[in-house]
Design a protein around this ligand. Structure first.
Ligand code: ATP
Ligand code: MG
Length: 317
């Protein structure tokens, strides 16, 4: 199976008719991690991502943003860790957005994430994002009440307005060279309970469990309604949502990795081209340096020497 087709299956291209119930959290597209095919696919996509990131960095034109949203224990952290495992840390920035601070609440709702947007040449990862503003804030009206917005600006259309602002923001970012891909890791309610139990039963995982997680679970249906509407209202060609089946962690990682590869391939990245003047400068620099390196200088042919001094890599120093 081609990696591209795997990611495409879960990309929401027809948002107006999207239903969360169309995606089965258990889906593995007929793949089995115990079979070599799935393992090879994951390895291959991570290697490809590493190559693409190098070109992204060298070219220094595009930026890439991956947004991760999910219910607790859906595997956001693990997916980010695995998918980005081969990537040069210098070219990657991960931000986790928690409950806003009072300083952050003194600004508009897109402020804290805007200043964390990836620079050109970088991959940025948002572990949660401004989407919380149409999810947790919508599920809990008291959070909205504490946002210090002028009263007359908080009307019945507030969510419609926020969707509009998010779409406009993402279109603006896309027009300025940021490739945005959004991932909803879709875990089932039953699998979440299983993972919570694991966190309770395994002492090394106790730190991952919070009573708040259990409280949020009680709002499951509200969250699902909000996620569905957010995805419908904001999945657009310039910033698509991928609804990723997440009951099988390995499968979720595979879908995320292939979507990232797909997206970055679409940028037609390449190493910066060297113009004639720079090439001439490289030649001059070579002429200065080569005599200072015995195995290169001795050959006198302008190529890496591999003659009587042995291969440079064979040296012991
Ligand atoms: P995570 O749950 O993402 O793995 P965590 O467990 O380490 O992270 P939490 O304390 O759960 O940390 O932090 C995330 C919490 O912050 C979530 O409950 C999330 O809904 C909340 N949050 C994030 N952004 C906002 C926001 N803009 N407004 C209100 N709450 C928010
Ligand atoms: Mg949490």
């Amino acid at each position: 199976m081609k990696l591209e087709s795997l990611a495409h299956r879960f990309r929401i291209d027809k948002p107006s008719s999207f239903k969360l119930s169309d995606i089965d959290p258990c889906d593995t597209a007929g793949l089995d991690i115990d079979k070599d095919e799935a393992k090879a696919m994951l390895k291959e996509s991570i290697e490809r991502l590493t190559q693409l990131q190098e070109m992204l960095y060298a070219q220094d034109r595009w930026a890439v943003l991956g947004i991760f949203q999910a219910m607790d224990a859906a595997g956001k952290d693990g997916a980010i860790k695995h998918v980005m495992s081969g990537v040069n840390p210098q070219g990657c920035q991960v931000y986790s957005f928690k409950t806003p601070t009072s300083h952050e609440l003194d600004h508009d709702f897109l402020w804290r994430t805007t200043i964390a947007m990836p620079e050109r040449g970088r991959i940025g990862i948002f572990n949660r994002s401004y989407y919380e503003e149409v999810l947790v804030v919508r599920v809990h009206p008291d959070i909205l009440a504490k946002e210090k917005l002028p009263k007359k600006l908080v009307g019945k259309d507030i969510w419609k307005e926020r969707f509009e602002d998010i779409r406009a923001f993402e279109r603006y970012q896309a027009r300025n060279g940021t490739l945005i891909m959004k991932f909803f890791l879709h875990v089932s309610k039953e699998e979440q309970a299983r993972r919570f139990l694991e966190r309770i039963d395994d002492p090394s995982k106790n730190w991952k469990f919070s009573q708040d997680d259990l409280a949020e679970r009680a709002y499951w249906d509200d969250y699902m309604r909000c996620y569905e509407e957010a995805i419908r209202e904001t999945s657009r060609p310039e910033a698509p949502w991928f609804v990723v089946p997440a009951d099988r962690k390995w499968f979720a990682r595979l879908v995320v990795a292939s979507a990232m590869v797909d997206g970055m391939e679409s940028l037609a990245l390449h190493y910066p081209e060297v113009d004639a003047a720079t090439r001439a400068g490289l030649k001059d620099a070579r002429a200065v340096l080569a005599p200072q390196v015995p195995e290169v200088g001795n050959t006198g042919n302008g190529k890496n020497g591999n003659g009587k001094n042995g291969h440079p890599k064979d040296r012991k120093d």
